[in-house]
Write a protein that binds this ligand. Structure first.
Ligand code: GAP
Length: 459
């Protein structure tokens, strides 16, 4: 039996940040040196969750006839970013407060707070109205570095701000080597870097992050059909992995990027409000055309059945792996009032913090406990753990009361706990306790692998 507590939105973000550190999901980058703004490290549980999200995306997007995978390098020829328009357009308007020296994105000023510690909670827009800000300057978000020892402009390269361009420049390579015909797509997961003026809301806007992008090349006459198709597929993917009803919505863009004919965002309701987790864009033939122009190499397609030659249009699905991670974490977080058995036989209530991850995303799939550390129970539990570890990420725990061990696993989002007790010694059965319902049943210890496999498949 459980009851939802009334948690405020502000509390929730703080609690998630604190749980992330306590349980090893997310640490601040270079924490012992005071941290590096806008950069985070994924701890032991975080890396498992991130890996599972990326794997679920990769399976969904590439285990099909018409999508190929790619892993392009992060550093690319500098002309790529001229062709893509990033050198010219990829900038935000930046303003500085002359009084407190804080720096803001002018277009996001409505959401910003004054940087002066003495004015806690004051809206930055007020300072702007009072004329404290400098004129807006355009600030390019790409990180620049140099190839080789000479730091001159001819050796300058950029850390990619999106993975998409690595796909466009490989259009011919992938199509020819995989013998794909249009329509087909190329998918890629990888790091992207943006020198954001203001980082914000934990993992939501960071300077280093990961993207999961797919570019689907289509006949220009079929662009709208494929745009609808991918919009629907992507929404279904988030729902399939447990996003709660009402927590996702589509936001259709009226104002479009320089390359787009249509754009829609999938938004998630974070504790601080709605935010984009994925964009689906109709990028037309903009990118292939520009790379043809800048490289002198034709990026086009000849349909030998229709005897038609054209530059394909691109329907892009662009998700943030890091931002999806944060959304799945917020979506899973819950606090529930549950009853607890006391040692004197009475019961009382306590709050359990639980992460209701979809089992396929859960960082640890199962925990194994000996009820007490005697009569060979530890040896049996170790045997079960070793066996399960051939296929699953499993945690062994023999310290503290079983109730406390359950609570620890609830906070990690582990969907199943198996306990070896005195009955195991006589009939070979174990208790399995399910995270969400907290219901317990007994199964034979020889069936644990099948049980886990069926549960992970079922969901
Ligand atoms: N290739 C198109 C593109 O990059 P975008 O809307 O700029 O489009 C796509 O980015 C996704 O990448 C976003 O929906 C978001 O999930 C993620 N993303 C973008 N900037 C980010 C940042 N600074 N921190 C974390 N994730 C970010």
């Amino acid at each position: 039996m459980s009851d939802k507590k009334n948690i405020t939105k502000q509390d929730t973000t703080e609690k998630i940040v604190s749980l992330s550190k306590r349980r090893g999901f997310i640490f601040q980058s270079s924490e012992i040196y005071g941290g590096l703004n806008g950069c985070y490290d994924y701890g032991p549980l975080g890396i498992e969750l991130l890996k599972n999200i990326k794997e679920a995306w990769w399976k969904e997007m590439t285990y099909r006839e018409d999508v190929e995978g790619l892993d392009a390098s992060i550093l690319m020829h500098p002309r790529v970013w001229e062709a893509s328009g990033h050198v010219e357009h990829f900038s935000d308007p930046m303003v500085d407060c002359k009084e407190c020296k804080a720096r803001f994105r002018e277009d996001l000023i409505e959401d910003a707070e004054c940087g002066n510690k003495g004015y806690k909670g004051r809206k930055a827009v007020k300072c702007m109205e009072e004329g404290k800000f400098t004129e807006a300057r355009s600030f390019n978000l790409m990180f620049k570095t140099f190839i080789g020892p000479l730091e001159d402009s001819s050796n300058a390269v950029f850390l990619r701000p999106e993975t998409a361009q690595g796909i466009y420049v490989n259009f011919n390579n992938v199509r020819e080597s995989s013998r794909q015909k249009v329509p087909f797509g190329i998918a890629q997961i990888g790091k992207a870097f943006r020198n954001e003026i203001n980082t914000k809301n934990f993992l939501f806007r960071t300077r280093e992050f990961e993207q999961m992008e797919m570019q689907f090349f289509v006949n220009p006459s079929e662009d709208e059909k494929w745009f609808e198709y991918w919009r629907e597929q992507r929404m279904k993917w988030f729902e399939k992995y447990g996003m709660k009803e009402g927590k996702l919505k589509l936001h259709i863009h009226e104002k479009l990027a320089h390359y787009a004919k249509a754009a829609v965002d999938i938004e998630y309701e974070f504790p601080f409000g709605w935010g984009e987790i994925e964009g689906i864009h109709n990028r037309t033939d903009f990118d292939l055309k520009r790379h043809t122009e800048f490289s002198g190499k034709k990026l086009e397609y000849f349909d030998d059945q229709k005897k038609e030659r054209y530059i394909p249009y691109v329907i892009e699905t662009s998700a943030g792996a890091s931002r999806s991670f944060f959304a799945f974490l917020c979506n899973a977080y819950d606090e529930e009032e549950v009853s607890k058995e006391n040692s004197d036989g009475t019961s009382s209530s306590e709050t359990r913090t639980v992460l209701h991850f979809h089992p396929a995303l859960a960082p640890v799939k199962a925990a194994v406990f000996p009820l007490v550390n005697r009569d060979g129970m530890q040896e049996i539990a170790h045997g079960i753990t070793d066996d399960l570890r051939k296929n699953f990420k499993v945690f062994y725990d023999d310290s503290g009361a079983v109730g406390r061990r359950y609570r620890r696993q609830d906070e990690c989002g582990t969907p199943f706990c198996f306990t070896v007790d005195s009955d195991t010694l006589t009939d070979g059965s174990v208790t399995v306790r399910e995270r969400d319902t907290m219901v317990q049943e007994r199964i034979s210890k020889d069936r644990i692998t099948d049980y886990l496999n069926s549960k992970l498949k079922q969901n």
